[in-house]
Design a protein around this ligand. Structure first.
Ligand code: BDR
Ligand code: CA
Length: 312
């Protein structure tokens, strides 16, 4: 089984990603670290605790990380995720049991405690925790397995501004530091995730599973569907954050190209834009960019694993 740390800011699509990872027999989730992003850190941490409980996986530690971007003001994305971060779902009091320690140290310690390249890191929010971990312990860059990030905008344009995707825009300096490090970065940005759109049939299939994880995943996507109709004028919302988890489980679901990715940090106008240069030597390129996704394959994976229940 692939060992993985999930760094996230739940978030309705983070929620589906967490439920998928926690149910996947292919993955051994060592920890969930949280960051400020879609909602403030206190809420994203509480949401991670709720989701692990729904998944029946209270064995997985939830460790809060950094509560603000490196240099920018905290942003939030409540119009896409609701005030509490999980759409229409109300917070429940039973969500307790945050682990001791700091999310940044949780990443460093787990990577250092295991064999080289055996621990993958999935980043589903602003890259602040990983950037801080790299500042504190630069040697983890070479020790980590793949760093699979949901983030970045290229040919699809942006979703928070004309040119930027939210996670990179929220903390562009953190993304810049990660991309300049020796990490093996797989970026699954809007080019791929905008192909993975939840239709009415996909949502209904999850709701029919009759499992707590299926019900909650359907409720998350239902909220995104309402947002898509109200704000964007579409019908089928993109399902971003499950994509990096799906790639770890079945890399064949995505087409990747070697490249060099750089982040705009100077301009306010194009803040957080990702420049993806494919004219590189594939033998030495450290970055890979997802150019497309097999959407039906991703949805089958989600539906299938959420039917099975927890994977211990
Ligand atoms: C990303 O931004 C967040 O709002 C989502 O959770 C996802 O990680 C999509 O741009
Ligand atoms: Ca997210």
């Amino acid at each position: 089984r692939q060992c993985v740390i999930i760094d996230c800011d739940p978030g309705v699509d983070d929620a589906v990603a967490l439920l998928l990872a926690l149910a996947a027999p292919e993955l051994d989730v060592l920890a969930i670290t949280t960051v400020a992003g879609n909602a403030p850190l206190k809420k994203t941490t509480r949401n991670a605790l709720m989701l692990r409980q729904i998944a029946g996986r209270e064995d997985v530690p939830v460790v809060p990380g950094v509560d603000r971007p490196l240099r920018r003001k905290p942003s939030g994305a409540s119009e896409f995720h609701g005030e509490e971060g999980l759409g229409y779902m109300a917070a429940f009091a039973a969500a307790k049991g945050v682990a001791d320690g700091h999310g940044v140290d949780a990443i460093i310690d787990r990577v250092m405690a295991r064999p080289e390249q055996s621990v993958a890191l999935v980043v589903l929010g602003p890259m602040t925790n990983l950037a801080m971990a790299l500042r504190k312990a630069p040697m983890i860059a070479a020790r980590l397995g793949p760093v699979v990030v949901m983030g970045g905008a290229r040919s699809e344009g942006g979703n928070i501004t004309a040119s930027a995707e939210y996670n990179v825009w929220a903390d562009p300096e953190a993304a810049d530091e990660v991309l300049r490090s020796a990490c093996d970065v797989v970026m699954i940005g809007l080019d791929a995730t905008h192909q993975v759109r939840a239709s009415e049939d996909h949502i209904a299939a999850l709701a029919r599973l009759g499992t707590p994880a299926g019900d909650v995943a359907a409720a998350m996507l239902r909220f995104s569907q309402d947002v898509e109709r109200r704000i964007v004028g579409g019908d089928a919302p993109p399902v971003h954050d499950p994509c990096p988890v799906a790639w770890l489980m079945d890399p064949g679901l995505f087409n990747l190209r070697p490249c060099r990715i750089e982040v705009e940090t100077g301009s306010e106008l194009t803040r957080g834009h990702t420049s993806v240069e494919f004219r590189v030597d594939p033998a030495t390129a450290r970055h890979r960019w997802a150019t497309s996704a097999d959407a039906e394959g991703v949805f089958s994976l989600i539906t299938d694993r959420l039917q099975q229940g927890p994977s211990l």
